[in-house]
Structure formats: C-alpha cells, structure tokens
Design a protein. Structure first.
Length: 325
C-alpha cells in the first residue's frame, strides 16, 4: 500500500488509532499485514452471516485482543453483533482480569464470564493436586457447558496455526460434534475461502480468524495499529521460580518443590493463560519495538514456555479432541 493510499485509508477510517509514523510501519511489511487483516475480517463477517448465536472467546491475551479489535473494525460504526466470553480458571494473572474489565468498559462490549471453580463445586471435574496441578485442562468442561447453556452455535478463538503442531491441522471453520469434540481426520475443505458452516442440531463450530497469522505478524500489527495490551507483555519485576526449563510466576496457590527457590527477576509474558502453566521469559523489552526485535531473535517458540504443553507430545491435540479451544 502506497503512502497516499495509507493516508486515504486513515481519512476514511478516523476511528483507527494509527499514530505510528508511516516510514516505521512500512518496514514491517504493511501490505502483508493488511492482507491478513482483510482475510480475518472476511472470516469474522462470514461468522456473523452464517451463524445465529456466535460468541468470541476472550482470554485477555494478545491474540484474543487483536481478534476483538478486528471484529470491531469488521462492523464499524456498529457494535460487534455478538458477545465475548471468558472462561475464568480462577488462577489468572490479576493484570489480565483488570485489563479485560477496562477494555469492556471502554468499548461497551458484553463479556460473559464462566468460572472453572463453579464446575469444580458442581462435581463435574476434580481439581488436580500436587506440584504440577493446573486448572487449564478443567476449563474444557466449563467451556462446553457454557456453549450448551447459552445455545452458542459458533465460538471464535484466537488460535494460530504457527503456535503448535495440533493447531497447524486446524481449518478456519472447525466443526465440532454434539459432544463438542474435534476429529482432525474429518475436516471440511475450504477451497477458495468458501466456508461450510452447515451443522446438525447440537453441533457447533470453532472459528479461527487469525489462522494464517504468526507471532511476529501479531506483534507488528499491534505496533502498527497501536493496540492496547496488558502490561504483562512488557518487562516487569516478578517473583518467579525455575521448573523443568521454564520460569513460572509465583502465586499463593502454586505448590513448589523444596528445591525450587523463588527469585525476583525482570520478566515478561509471550503468551498469557493460567498462571500455573504460563511460562515467563527473562527479558528487558520495555517497548513494542524491543519486543519485535526480541521475537525475531528468539530460538524458542512462543509456546515453548507453556508448561501444560510439556505433559506429553500430543498434549494439545488430546485437549482439542476433547473440546479445548
């Protein structure tokens, strides 16, 4: 996109917060990002056209934030025509919940919250115990119950194919059976970006508008559009401990081994989820430019710091088959 077209785009879309100098945006391949943006907006609009009761799954992480930002663009100046939903494990970073609430207040969006603790109290799942205990797996039941209770027939998620090998198998429109399960061997073709959202009673779809984005694309887009993100993504001091090659944040509910020492380090998050499985990165990146440079030089993948992925080689695929995001 030429500089004149960029200025024309800004004039036509005055609600956008593109405060970055054009010369800085161009070095991050603006054309490529605009193509990804257009593709994602097309997918989001297809969801609104094909489904009666869609919902956008919101975790407070950068991918769901960008997805919500794109949804706002897709329907501007009207509001996003479907609600957001957050599956709260009860073990989230406080900063994530604070950011979520501020964003909903700022945008006027509706965010439905469902608690994993309620699922535990109802006896539908049993909380794990021990040093590796996590509620990350338990949230699958909470999610499926919420989709059934509120009659949602489509859930938009911020998953990307570059994150993990199981997610690389995923289509834009991912069909789920009446039990909320995913069959990786039985997926519908999506030739020429034609999406088939037909389903039987009780079935639903998961849709991933950011499928073709990479971690670098997300960060460059956040920089280009000046998208607000939680402070967790920037370097800050936090009490952490080291376990099996991953730095984990300390919290009252974290059970530690006798040999694990809690230290205060300069860290930041590359991905945000349940504290029990979200690894943090030793970092000095305090700006988006520094984060982009750090990601470009990283030798470890984004989910390389996710402790839940280390449970088995097929941990993510097993969870997805059961109804995980």
């Amino acid at each position: 996109m030429s500089e004149s077209n960029c200025l024309k785009f800004l004039y036509l879309c005055p609600h956008l917060k593109m405060h970055k100098p054009l010369e800085k945006m161009e070095k991050y391949n603006l054309n490529h990002l605009r193509e990804l943006e257009a593709e994602s907006i097309y997918v989001i609009r297809e969801v609104a056209a094909q489904f009666e009761r869609p919902v956008l799954l919101f975790s407070g992480g950068k991918d769901s934030i960008v997805m919500f930002y794109l949804a706002r663009k897709a329907f501007w100046p009207a509001k996003v025509p479907f609600p957001l939903m957050h599956i709260d494990t009860g073990h989230n970073f406080p900063e994530t919940l604070e950011f979520r609430d501020q964003l909903m207040k700022k945008t006027g969006a509706i965010c439905i919250s469902r608690l994993v603790q309620d699922t535990i109290d109802q006896g539908k799942v049993v909380e794990e115990t021990g040093v590796n205990a996590s509620r990350n797996v338990l949230q699958t039941v909470t999610l499926l119950d919420a989709l059934e209770e509120l009659k949602f027939d489509c859930a938009l998620g911020g998953g990307r194919r570059d994150e993990e090998k199981a997610r690389a198998k995923e289509r834009f429109f991912s069909h789920r059976d009446e039990f909320g399960q995913w069959d990786p061997k039985n997926q519908r073709p999506e030739l020429w970006n034609l999406f088939n959202g037909k389903k039987n009673m009780g079935e639903h779809f998961r849709v991933f508008p950011l499928s073709n984005w990479t971690e670098m694309d997300v960060w460059q887009y956040i920089y280009m559009e000046d998208v607000d993100i939680p402070d967790l993504y920037y370097t800050h001091k936090r009490r952490v401990f080291y376990r099996d090659g991953v730095w984990l944040a300390d919290a009252p509910f974290m059970v530690k081994k006798d040999t694990e020492e809690v230290l205060e380090k300069d860290v930041r998050c590359r991905t945000i989820g349940d504290i029990t499985c979200t690894g943090v990165t030793l970092s000095m990146a305090n700006t988006l430019e520094e984060i982009i440079q750090e990601v470009a030089a990283a030798r470890v993948t984004e989910r390389g710091g996710r402790y839940d992925d280390k449970r088995s080689e097929a941990a993510m695929e097993d969870r997805k088959k059961e109804g995980y995001f």
